[in-house]
Design a protein around this ligand. Sequence first.
Ligand code: TIU
Length: 222
Amino acid sequence: MTRVAAALPFGFDFDPATTALIVIDMQRDFIEPGGFGETLGNDVSLLQAIVPTTARLIALCRAHGLPVIHTRECHKPDLSDLPPAKRDRGKPELRIGDPGPMGRILVAGEDGASIIKEVYPIAGEVVIDKPGKGAFYATNLAEHLKAIDAKTLIFAGVTTEVCVQSTMREANDRGYDSLLIEDATESYFPAFKAATLEMIRAQGAIVGWTATCAQLEAALNE
Ligand code: TIU
């Protein structure tokens, strides 16, 4: 077993042979101007801060043989997997499926839905397209994790309190111990990120653990 002793709320033990990294939605639509994140009224530049650490985390996991799974929040071109409640919510300038500067907003195959080049998947890595916030809903993630015999999950990506937290909660209910890498996840709302880290590890790791990339690095390189 490997131990991230400095993880919160207490040491996180895992076997690298049965651990996978899940990188949530590091897509142009959330991180670059002109996409879904910006059309919802957010300052997308906040998310760019975690790109170098997320790239370092991915390289670390690849070097140690941990499978890296990437997700993309996006919808089929015919929008058949887009509930009206999701499309019609709020008053965005552009709705999901509308044409924007990076192609149709949050639609599979469009430039905006692609993963940013700094953390792009390499050959052999699984990419899961998901219509919801959680990565288990309406995807084959559960089956894939069983197939690779994953017991423990490490999480990164955006945004902390929306798709990352939703997926961690889904994973928790499915029996996975999960570690969220604090400096490889970000929110459009710094206070929401801070609150999410707190609520994940409260009550004796009610949802999971948090640690920094350097703390995981130290544990894996020991
Ligand atoms: N809006 C927001 O913070 N997030 C999302 O809509 N999706 C993800 O978190 N990926």
